[in-house]
Design a binder for this molecule. Structure first.
Ligand SMILES: Cc1ncc(COP(=O)(O)OP(=O)(O)O)c(N)n1
Ligand SMILES: Cc1nc(C(=O)O)sc1CCOP(=O)(O)O
Ligand SMILES: [Mg+2]
Length: 217
């Protein structure tokens, strides 16, 4: 296996669905199935926070959701838990600034996809140097899906990273809906990472399609 190319990574980031059972109105399996039918390009298993499950049940859920992604050839990324990602043969891992250091995670996961959260230009540069394939930048807008989110940054943070020659694939995250997505892409993001605008939608597949349409404009 070789590291993912930057151009392929950018394609995968277009509509990045992040989800755990705590984010769903119906079962996580049916939520993900509908999102896959709608055309998500990447999935992150983020079983975390109030209402989430743990232990063997969490791993069993990860395996069931991974299977659904595999059936549609959508890469399956695990949030935070490198051990879980390695144990189930996930396609990648997403870590934040409070998680294991990116360079250490890169050593552990080899060529698997590595995503790192970055809130500043400095964090973005370090993530790139330490082997990140993409960075997640946020929160772009106010979010109710992450209790310990940083202060809202607005799309300008991405614009300023691009203006200072950050060429790594970037996905915006935090409070993004089909209404706010255009500004995120215009600022220089390659895609949008979304929890609630997809997981809580009445018509999940349609909510994904709306985000896709913003992407191709
Ligand atoms: C695509 C993407 N970007 C950012 C995050 C946030 O990661 P982190 O800061 O580690 O916070 P938690 O998600 O672990 O609470 C993400 N998960 N995905
Ligand atoms: C998981 C996560 N990370 C964020 C960050 O700023 O790094 S914001 C966030 C939650 C995104 O959920 P929603 O699309 O429902 O706002
Ligand atoms: Mg994390």
């Amino acid at each position: 296996m070789t590291r993912i190319s930057s151009s392929r990574m950018k394609e995968l980031l277009q509509v990045y669905f992040v989800m755990g059972s705590q984010n769903c109105k119906r079962s996580p399996e049916s939520t993900l199935t509908e999102a896959l039918n709608g055309g998500i390009t990447l999935f992150q298993f983020r079983e975390k926070g109030p209402g989430s499950i743990s232990g063997a049940k969490r791993m069993e859920l990860a395996l069931r959701l991974q299977q659904l992604c595999q059936e549609q050839s959508v890469p399956f990324i695990v949030n935070d838990d490198v051990d879980l990602a390695l144990a189930i043969g996930a396609d990648g891992v997403h870590i934040g600034q409070d998680d294991e250091k990116a360079s250490k995670v890169r050593e552990r996961i080899g060529d698997m996809i590595l995503g790192v959260s970055a809130h500043t230009l400095e964090e973005a540069r370090i993530a790139q140097e330490q082997g990140a394939d993409y960075i997640g930048v946020g929160p772009i807008y106010p979010t109710s899906s992450k209790e310990d989110a940083h202060a809202v940054q607005g799309p300008k943070i991405i614009e300023s990273m691009r203006a200072q020659d950050m060429d790594i694939p970037i996905v915006g995250i935090g409070g993004i809906t089909s209404v706010g997505a255009a500004r995120v892409l215009k600022a220089g993001a390659d895609g949008v990472a979304v929890i609630s605008a997809i997981s809580l939608a009445d018509d999940i597949a349609e909510s994904v399609k709306r985000l896709q349409r913003v992407n191709i404009k």
